[in-house]
Design a protein around this ligand. Structure first.
Ligand code: PMP
Ligand code: GLN
Length: 383
């Protein structure tokens, strides 16, 4: 048989699937892959069911149902005074994952360079590779995961076309400050770069932290592609409803890719998410309180186990330093925890290209029932 395509030659199985598989195999508590082990709100499931009963079951318009695009447009306006037009600037995708792929495919030519901050979300790399682009990593330096300005300046070349930022940040839980975002914006404007701003954890913020969509900064609306998803906000990662917002020209380009990749996204689920977004103001306070409780609970458990690190202010992840406990590298230590302690975590070296910093950490997901988090802590007692 002939060879498979060269462009996928360097791809490996996603670390998330690998870890979930190992967790099942070893009957370990799974704090690896980022998904809740409980369902999203009952009322939202009821809405989805009602939408199916009402006959929203055929192909949606390829850009997304009008209802969902309008609600996406409304919430950006309501929460951030950001004006994306439902008809020409909002596109519904199969999760943020498709949105990322679509944006990169629509904008990157072979040989173009794309700056990514490591640790990065794994699909950035594969999307860039599929487009023939070249990923250029810039390290977020521990313990606060900050940028080195000079390193960023050096990473930009005449071939740089895009920069990808994720805020709030998976896996570190970092919430980028306005000053940091302004630095990114300055670099993007100076070198005329697109910025893909991946913001699916925009509502998972604690201790009063505020989300600043990059597109709201002066001069950034036109060059930013804002991406988000219903997965985390409604605790329904399996629904895979995401969206991409950008200026009209970029939207048109992205829609061309989306049209021939998936064409349209699950109609009743889009309709349900539209209602969910409309109800965000009532829904969010309880949602954030629930996750802040989980964060506090698990942070305390890890502290009791002897792990010391800054408390994350966003997402449902904790990047936990293991060098306080072991000389082992992340992958080996993660395997030890799965096999001997029955707790699965993600070894973050999978999220780095340049630095070996990730070897000194494990990523824990705390989007789990309180009893799951307590069981994990109990399993880890012997550490
Ligand atoms: N970006 C980041 C930073 C993520 O953590 C994830 C995983 N949820 C995604 C994108 C993909 O989101 P979705 O599940 O909506 O495809
Ligand atoms: N975003 C999730 C994580 O970071 C995983 C999503 C996936 O498995 N594709 O764990």
């Amino acid at each position: 048989m002939k060879d498979t395509a060269l462009r996928i030659g360097g791809f490996k199985d996603s670390i998330f699937g690998v870890i979930s598989g190992l967790a099942r195999e070893h009957s370990a508590v799974n704090l690896g892959q980022g998904f809740p082990d409980f369902d999203g709100p009952e009322w939202l499931k009821d809405v989805a069911y009602k939408k199916m009963q009402e006959g929203h079951n055929q192909y949606a318009p390829f850009a997304g149902t009008i209802h969902l695009r309008e609600e996406v447009s409304n919430y950006y306006n309501k929460f951030y005074q950001l004006n994306y037009k439902a008809d020409s600037q909002v596109t519904v995708t199969v999760g943020a994952t498709e949105a990322i792929y679509v944006a990169v495919m629509a904008l990157i030519n072979p040989g173009d360079e794309v700056i990514i901050f490591e640790p990065f979300y794994d699909s950035y790399l594969t999307s860039i590779t599929m487009a023939g682009g070249i990923p250029v990593p810039v390290t977020l330096h521990a313990p606060d995961f900050t940028i080195d300005r000079q390193e960023l300046a050096k990473a930009v070349s005449s071939k740089t076309k895009m920069l990808i930022i994720n805020n709030p940040h998976n896996p570190t839980g970092k919430v980028w400050s306005r000053e940091e975002l302004l630095e990114i914006a300055a670099v993007a404007q100076k070198h005329d770069l697109y910025v893909l701003s991946d913001e699916p954890y925009e509502f998972l913020l604690f201790d009063g932290a505020k989300h600043i969509p990059l597109a709201t900064l002066d001069g950034m609306f036109e060059r930013t592609i804002t991406i988000s998803s219903a997965a985390k906000t409604f605790g329904m990662t399996g629904w895979k409803i995401g969206w991409l917002c950008a200026n009209k020209k970029v939207t048109n380009a992205c829609r061309l890719v989306h049209q021939f990749l998936t064409f349209a996204v699950a109609t009743p689920l889009q309709e349900a998410v539209a209602e969910g977004l409309a109800r965000l103001p009532e829904y969010l306070p309880g949602f954030v309180k629930q996750y802040q409780g989980k964060r506090n609970l698990f942070y305390q458990e890890l502290k009791n186990l002897g792990f010391n690190f800054p408390i994350p202010r966003g997402t449902f992840f904790m990047m936990v330093p293991i060098s306080q406990k072991t000389q082992m590298k992340d992958v080996d230590y993660a395997m030890k925890l799965i096999k001997e302690f029955k707790v699965a975590t993600v070894p973050p070296s999978a999220f780095y290209l340049k630095s070996t910093e990730g070897e000194k950490y494990l990523r824990f997901c705390f989007a789990k029932k309180d009893e799951t988090l307590k069981q994990a802590a109990l399993n880890l007692k012997g550490l």
